[in-house]
Design a protein around this ligand. Structure first.
Ligand SMILES: [Cu+2]
Length: 94
């Protein structure tokens, strides 16, 4: 019984790891500024392959207000960005 649970957990962990590796490529960046009012952050980011963007410092819109709690000026993050309604938006933060 317990070995079945262990196997299931192991399978879930492997699947989860594979899933995050292949489904999305996180980009590393450093938050340089947080605008809590406009829900925007400035990030010095690495190359964003999906958006065809080289490394630079720029402003991103946050997809979710809860992300404001994950960011702070000076903090290093790994994130996903997408173009949403024409605005480059952070859709996930690790
Ligand atoms: Cu950029």
């Amino acid at each position: 019984m317990t070995s079945i649970i262990k196997l299931t957990l192991a399978a879930l962990i492997v699947f989860g790891a594979a899933n995050s590796t292949f489904a999305a490529e996180y980009t590393k960046g450093q938050v340089t500024k947080v605008d809590t009012k406009l829900k925007k952050i400035t990030v010095k980011h690495g190359e964003l392959k999906d958006l065809g963007m080289p490394a630079m410092t720029m402003v991103f819109v946050l997809a979710d207000d809860a992300m404001l709690e994950k960011v702070k000026a000076g903090k290093n993050i790994e994130f996903l960005a997408e173009r949403v309604n024409g605005r480059i938006t952070v859709t996930e933060i690790k």
